[in-house]
Design a protein around this ligand. Structure first.
Ligand SMILES: Nc1ncnc2c1ncn2[C@@H]1O[C@@H]2COP(=O)(O)O[C@H]2[C@H]1O
Length: 232
């Protein structure tokens, strides 16, 4: 899952070694092309997937066609587990944003590995708890913050884990304004307008290396808007 914090030197979302070995032993390798939909919102299939390479978006599409990106997934993470847990339909679509390689495993093969091993069950639980916490923050932002302030929070998240020099961070491959809009439940035009304002204020600067963000100033702004520091 996205927005990860370290756990024993690894990310919470990254599947433990023992589980990865099992998935690779019994799973089916699949080559994925950019734009391929691996999981369809509402479908009744139940396979669970491990990402070896590539990047994926978990997304929902509104009736008017607006796409809401719930989170981004990358190598080491799994997806497609929720339908199996609740024995229901797929909770969202999962679409590749790049070429990739994944392994598919049946729900029974997955849970046969996880259920008897407490360290794997605990990892699974902890990962879900982390996601609930992340979504709680998102719900708060959607209900309590303007699109402008949500953009500031999202920009702040893009900077997490990147090296800071002189209070500044370089986001090498920043998402497009359209993608940011889909993540914060807004419109591309709004994101573009607010990015221009941030640029005028010197908080972001588009440079050859990427987007340079003045993290000190952005953090202070986000903390003022939220009334507390952003817990990413
Ligand atoms: N909020 C979320 N955070 C992370 N992953 C999610 C979220 N919602 C759905 N997914 C993933 O997207 C998958 C869609 O199919 P499933 O419901 O089987 O399982 C889901 C999860 O693996």
């Amino acid at each position: 899952m996205s927005s990860l914090t370290p756990f024993n030197g690894t990310k919470i979302g990254s599947a433990p070694e023992a589980l990865v070995r099992h998935i690779k032993d019994v799973g089916r390798p699949l080559t994925i092309r950019a734009g391929q939909m691996v999981v369809l919102h509402g479908a009744r299939d139940r396979d669970i997937y491990y990402i070896e390479r590539g990047s994926f978006e978990v997304a929902l599409t509104a009736r008017d066609g607006q796409v809401i990106i719930v989170c981004d997934l990358g190598p080491g993470e799994i997806f497609g587990d929720l339908a199996a847990i609740v024995e229901g339909p797929r909770s969202a679509s999962v679409v590749a944003t790049d070429v990739g390689k994944i392994f598919a495993i049946s729900e029974s093969e997955f849970f046969e590995a996880v259920a008897p091993r407490s360290e794997l069950s605990f990892w699974f639980m902890r990962r879900l708890a982390h996601e609930i916490t992340r979504l709680t923050e998102k719900v708060f932002e959607l209900a309590a913050l303007s699109a402008r302030n949500r953009l500031h929070c999202e920009l702040h998240r893009l900077c997490v884990g990147l090296p800071v020099a002189d209070g500044k961070v370089i986001v090498a491959k920043p998402p497009t304004h359209e993608t940011i809009a889909m993540r914060i439940g807004s419109q591309r035009e709004t994101v573009s307008r607010e990015m221009s304002k941030l640029s005028t204020q010197g908080i972001v600067q588009k440079q050859r290396q990427g987007l340079v963000v003045d993290l000190d100033r952005l953090s202070a702004q986000v903390a003022a808007e939220l009334g507390r520091p952003l817990d990413v």
